[in-house]
Design a protein around this ligand. Sequence first.
Ligand code: HEM
Length: 293
Amino acid sequence: MSQAQPAILEPLPPLARYLEFNLAAPADPSAALRRLAPLVDGRTLVLGIGASLVAQLGRSVPGLRSLACATGPGVEIPATPAALWCWLRGEDRGDFVHASRAVAAALGDGFVLERCLDAFRYRGGLDLSGYEDGTENPTGDAAVAAAVLQGAGAGLDGSSFVAVQQWRHDFARLDALSPAQQDATIGRRRSDNVELDDAPESAHVKRTAQESFEPEAFVLRRSMPWADAQHGGLVFVAFGRSFDAFEAQLRRMIGGDDGLVDALFGFTRPLSGAYYWCPPLRDGRLDLRALGL
Ligand code: HEM
């Protein structure tokens, strides 16, 4: 029986690592994927496959496309596509070292590691701005309906599409805003997470209010903070049964609907962005039938 990689529907782990690989040479990647598949349990390792890899296999996954670069007034959305995305989840960074080595060894020299980013849970689920992230996520059956493909046929049912963007916060810009301006940026009160009745139209939760889209645009967000010695921000991760809901939200955020840009851009910007298809599990094992494997 087919099911989603379970971690997609589970709460965030204390720690995570994201690996993005590209194809190193135009060779047949089937053997590498066959070696990788047994490592993907969908819990400690969630796998996403990019459009370039699917095409290299001579296949297509209906609904899988590449994130397009986009611009709005004063804002740029970069696209940094990759062939393969691994979301390592756990509570020990040492485990990620060894899991990363195992993934790289399974992939062999046909793949090259493009990006590696470690992430963590902050105070039980806050963004580094101090605001609770994920409050309006759908839960239970609604989460499955938002994030998991159904009725698409064997090998596709149980799969998910995921949008991944690394955002870098400018904490000095955030600090320069008064607490009231900060709350108006998000549209919620940091102190108690209550949504502001009088939030401006530019407030992030007004821009992205999932029920306000036609059709409604629900996604399952599983974002986590990242930080290095100098910078920090959010790895935005949104699972969907398609990319449509994410794209509708992002379009409105960058002013594509009404020219009004999300106030969030006042203190944070995306550095990267890519789309992946997350295959289902079948009897507990990665199901790559849609790719002919
Ligand atoms: C650094 C980037 C971002 C930060 C810090 C951030 C933060 C937040 C916060 C604090 C909330 C309110 C609580 C909640 O419901 O989760 C929220 C809501 C939301 N965000 Fe973001 N977000 C970011 C980027 C994005 C992007 C890129 C999208 C989609 C394109 C997005 C979609 C949403 C959605 C759908 C909601 C819930 C809206 C609702 O239905 O009430 N966010 N975000």
